[in-house]
Design a protein around this ligand. Structure first.
Ligand SMILES: *Cc1c(COP(=O)(O)O)cnc(C)c1O
Length: 451
């Protein structure tokens, strides 16, 4: 690993001999790269990943007993903070009643009803165990419903690691993608068209060329896997029109944004600005599990009833709708519906984002940022010109921001007890447990780190 090179040497060396460092060494012997999901390994930012011992409210403690203010929140699920009493009680109660039955339960019905109540575009929902599984199943359903093979995704959007979605753009307009992972045959992605986010002209050209063959377009409506990039209103409006016109299903991947940017997800925000707007299918995960393995895909009855056992589209799961996971998700969804919840969460997230931007301005460091509900992002533009140009609008622009500066900032914050996502292309998350004092402490750390 390139952990002790250059500017990161100091930060990395502080962890040499720590419990985290020893655990990381040991982990690398039995687990590939020492982690069970690659971004945890800190490869993007360098240094040694912190092994986490426990968490409470907005805090994490690592194996060396150091406390961090947590802005990852397990990559989104922990919207209430860690160990929320009502959620914990629901999980303990459910665990006592049994871990898994492989038979239907009332709680699954309750969770399904709760999701449908909050997501008016959906009439039925199926529960699965991960966002990957939900996106993959929604894709199969869209292909089954339309009898078409081709799918469209956007560069920089992540929809889990199903083969057909591990694709980057080919060269030139409207060419089909190349696998981004070994082990994915070219034939598997030959039907996946990869377009530039927020590029209306390219989208139109793709529909002119392939409209009658496109089963679906899958999109992160606010892309959190390229930090924080909103789909513009004109882009979303045109996307909806083109899908409708050509009989393609519009799939909103709200695994990250669902129940996070607003109670009704990103779709509720677009619906406010584009009357009558709704996606055809929605994919959820993260917050709906409250930290347990749970995800879902949802849509109109006529489409959802194409799923087995009623219809010809096969989909199944041993642990789908798991009773402990559904208890956790249900308790979480009940808490976030309490009056004022999203208003307070949005205020915290806004004060954090504004505070970071102010700290950067004071330090003379170019920074741009944005937030919605409990999700935020910030970028270090490479020059004043691109800072003036505002927020990045697509993946290429995100990746053109200053990665070295981000990495130094990340380590500066980590040293000061603030745990941000360890890669410049990841969004951040605030929970309801983050008090004004935590936000203040974070901004103070940022002032020092930016110096
Ligand atoms: C996290 C994420 C996924 C994948 O979910 P997993 O539970 O990690 O499989 C899919 N789509 C989006 C938008 C995500 O943020």
């Amino acid at each position: 690993m390139a952990d002790s090179s250059g500017a990161l040497g100091a930060a990395a060396s502080q962890t040499k001999g720590s419990h985290s460092a020893r655990l990381f060494e040991r982990a690398q012997r039995s687990i590939p790269g020492g982690v069970n999901s690659p971004v945890r390994a800190f490869r993007a930012v360098g240094g040694i990943p912190r092994f986490i011992q426990r968490a409470d409210g907005p805090y994490l403690w690592d194996a060396d007993g150091k406390r961090y203010i947590d802005y990852i929140g397990s990559w989104g699920p922990m919207i209430l903070g860690h160990g929320h009493p009502a959620v914990l009680e629901a999980v303990l109660q459910a665990a006592r009643e049994g871990f898994s039955f492989g038979a239907p339960t009332e709680r699954e019905v309750e969770l399904a009803e709760e999701i449908l109540k909050l997501v008016p575009s959906a009439e039925q929902v199926r529960l699965v165990s991960s966002g990957t599984e939900a996106a993959m199943s929604a894709l199969r359903l869209a292909r089954g419903a339309t009898g078409r093979a081709k799918i469209v995704k956007f560069e920089g959007c992540y929809h889990g690691h199903a083969d057909a979605l591990l694709v980057k753009a080919g060269s030139g307009l409207a060419t089909f993608g190349h696998p981004t992972s070994a082990g994915v045959p070219a034939e598997v992605v030959q039907h996946t068209l990869v377009l530039t986010y927020n590029d209306v002209a390219q989208l139109e050209a793709a529909f002119v060329a392939h409209g009658a063959e496109i089963a679906c377009v899958m999109i992160e409506p606010i892309a959190g896997n390229m930090n924080f990039v909103r789909a513009s209103l004109p882009f979303m409006r045109r996307l909806r029109e083109l899908c409708t016109q050509h009989g393609a299903l519009l799939i909103f991947d709200e695994v990250m944004t669902g129940f996070r940017v607003a109670l009704g997800g990103a779709q509720s925000l677009y619906e406010k600005q584009i009357p009558g707007f709704k996606p055809d299918l929605s994919v959820f995960g993260k917050v709906i599990g409250g930290g347990m393995p749970l995800a879902a895909f949802a849509g109109p009855r006529a489409v959802m009833e194409l799923l087995a056992p009623l219809g010809p589209v096969y989909q199944a799961g041993t642990l789908s709708g798991n009773p402990v996971a559904t208890a956790c998700g249900l308790a979480t969804l009940r808490e976030i519906q309490k009056p004022g919840f999203f208003e307070a969460l949005s205020r915290s997230t806004r004060s954090l984002t504004d505070g970071l931007l102010n700290a950067a301005r004071e330090a003379g460091v170019p920074m741009v940022g944005d937030c919605e509900g409990g999700m935020f992002g910030f970028f270090f533009p490479k020059d004043a010109g691109s800072a003036q140009a505002g927020l990045p609008q697509n993946y290429a622009q995100v990746m053109a921001t200053d990665g070295d500066r981000f990495n130094r900032f990340f380590h500066g914050m980590l040293e000061r007890g603030v745990y941000l996502a360890p890669a410049l292309y990841e969004a951040g998350f605030v929970s309801a447990a983050h008090a004004p004092a935590d936000i203040e402490a974070t901004i103070a750390a940022a002032r020092a780190a930016l110096r």
